[in-house]
Design a protein around this ligand. Structure first.
Ligand SMILES: [Zn+2]
Length: 547
């Protein structure tokens, strides 16, 4: 009898252990916050409520020192890199737009002329698909692991913020059409919007949001984490000064009507409301097959470019986004259940200080006039190659040579091209604000794991798509002539250091200060989901999370 009891006991234990080993979250919610710096988790911490960012920080696993590991640090490569676990060298999304040598014109990362808009009459907004992304995403791998029984849905204000994370096999990707104020998709996913999306659009929420005034959540003197509201470093909205309150009803008249929504925190309210509706309508996390909701908030980037990281506007937007997250997690607790879902939060890049603010603060920074630079370079090359157009274009800090300008005889043409490359490099290196110039030959032969800025250029360089040379500016330098606003795209820490936080099923509370890259997010998810890695994955799981 005792033996039997023991046998029974052992069987139960091992069955329990087995079922735990094979347990997966019912739903993964990936949250990308466009242009979010890692430090925003802590700069605004005291102003956050309990249920949003603080819940992730205090109960989740925080990678304190997470970075992008390539240039350029833009939105499309950022979203693609997080979800594919690799860099532009493999996934091929080398910018938001880039010059396509094979067809001699600029292409958009998610542009696809073979598709049509579904959900509105705006023709160009829906000619989209992920076809330019060359490797699989973690969302694709989830589909492959479950005979496509897992549901995958992407949601963002930006098409690329929705399409790239959702991957090649997504059930749907939805994004905002600023011309009509509707959420739309493309024929790549479906021929008509589901009823629940039509009903959601019929509520005309953007119209309601844009009929109100944006004022600060708290009395404005409590925004001590930010600079003064009336700042010379913030670009205006239309003719309006960059100060609270923002009368949106008035401002929409001169700021593209529905387009204005993306510059306000209500864009994040809108997406959160839509995500909550999607959870119910699509029954996300309801059955035994793990689903994936890939959400990306874009308003933080639109506003961040305009006003910079010290603005009251930005702080207020993060405090409101905190409420959105709390609202979303409450919904997930109710429907999927706390402990049954897995969340990660990250960003597609961070952002630089406003250059003029640094200059005025006696810190090295500067503005390069792009047109002056290229005009000077063209004159310089003309003195060596009269009557020839040596440079085809400069796109995403990459110089594309005009290969037709060189003789097809490899003996002379090849030598001329080497000479031109060397001349361009020498000229650029003499200009203030340029830190380094890397030729294509150097980047193609480089080691993928090389350190420093050269390594970042190697990982950002796609052998077939990228230009003949990659130009890197000095820290704090930009191609601009503006005093207001800021941007991102560099290999420096102000652009690379982003939040990486995991929370929920399979994740214990904790943190690490060890260096990690955003390409570690997808392999970490693979381990938590017990599925294959994305096929081009070069990252490694965040091992500390499993120790
Ligand atoms: Zn941006």
């Amino acid at each position: 009898m005792r033996t039997l009891t023991l046998f029974f006991f052992v069987t139960v234990i091992s069955l329990t252990a087995f079922s735990q080993a094979n347990e997966r979250p019912k739903l993964v919610v990936g949250i990308m916050v466009d242009q979010m710096r890692q430090e925003y988790l802590y700069r605004y911490y005291d102003k956050y409520g309990e249920g949003g960012f603080k819940r992730l920080i205090d109960k989740g696993f925080v990678v304190m020192n997470g970075h992008y590991n390539y240039v350029p640090t833009y939105t499309a490569p950022g979203h693609a890199s997080v979800y594919t676990g690799t860099t532009p060298a493999y996934h091929g999304i080398i910018g938001n737009d880039w010059y396509d040598k094979t067809i001699d014109k600029s292409v958009y990362c998610a542009g696809d002329d073979s598709q049509k808009t579904v959900g509105s009459t705006t023709e160009d907004k829906g000619k989209m698909s992920p076809h330019r992304m060359l490797t699989t995403t973690i969302t694709d791998e989830l589909k492959l692991a479950t005979q496509k029984k897992s549901k995958v849905i992407g949601i963002s204000a930006k098409d690329r913020g929705s399409i790239l994370p959702a991957g090649h096999m997504a059930d749907a990707a939805y994004w905002y059409d600023g011309k009509t104020g509707r959420l739309i998709t493309s024929t790549f996913y479906m021929d008509k919007l589901p009823d629940w999306v039509e009903k959601f659009n019929a509520r005309q929420l953007p119209d309601k949001y844009l009929s109100q005034t944006w004022n600060t959540l708290l009395p404005i003197d409590q925004y001590e984490e930010s600079g003064s509201d009336n700042s010379p470093y913030e670009a205006k909205l239309g003719e309006h000064r960059s100060v609270f309150p923002y009368d949106l009803k008035e401002l929409r008249k001169t700021n593209g009507n529905f387009e204005l929504l993306t510059n306000t925190p209500f864009s994040n309210d809108f997406l959160t409301e839509f995500a909550k509706t999607a959870i119910d309508a699509e029954k996300l996390g309801a059955d035994k097959w793990t689903d994936f909701l890939a959400l990306s908030y874009s308003a933080t980037d639109y506003a961040g470019h305009r006003v910079g990281p010290n603005a009251v506007e930005l702080q207020d937007m993060y405090m409101r986004l905190d409420k959105n997250l709390a609202d979303l997690f409450r919904k997930l607790d109710e429907t999927v259940g706390d402990g049954n879902y897995l969340v990660f939060l990250s960003a597609d890049h961070a952002v630089a200080e406003v250059p003029q603010y640094l200059i005025d603060s006696k810190t090295p920074a500067g503005n390069l006039r792009f047109s002056q630079l290229t005009a000077g370079l063209t004159d310089f090359l003309n003195s060596y190659f009269p009557d020839k157009q040596i440079i085809k274009t400069v796109s995403n800090d990459q110089v594309f040579l005009n290969h037709e300008a060189f003789s097809t005889d490899p003996r002379t043409g090849g030598v001329d091209m080497m000479i031109a490359t060397e001349l361009i490099s020498n000229y650029l290196m003499q200009q203030d604000g340029i830190a380094n110039v890397f030729s294509k030959g150097l980047l193609r032969q480089g080691d993928f794991n090389e350190g420093g800025i050269k390594g970042m250029a190697i990982r950002g360089h796609h052998p077939k798509r990228s230009g003949d040379m990659t130009v890197v500016l000095e820290p704090g330098w930009f191609y601009s002539s503006r005093i207001q606003g800021t941007t991102h795209g560099s290999p420096y820490t102000y652009d690379t250091h982003v939040p990486i936080v995991f929370y929920g099923k399979g994740v214990k509370a904790g943190s690490t200060v060890r260096y990690h890259t955003v390409t570690d997010i997808a392999p970490t998810l693979s381990m938590l989901l017990k599925i294959k890695l994305p096929n081009g994955c070069t990252g490694q799981p965040v091992a500390e999370l499993f120790e």
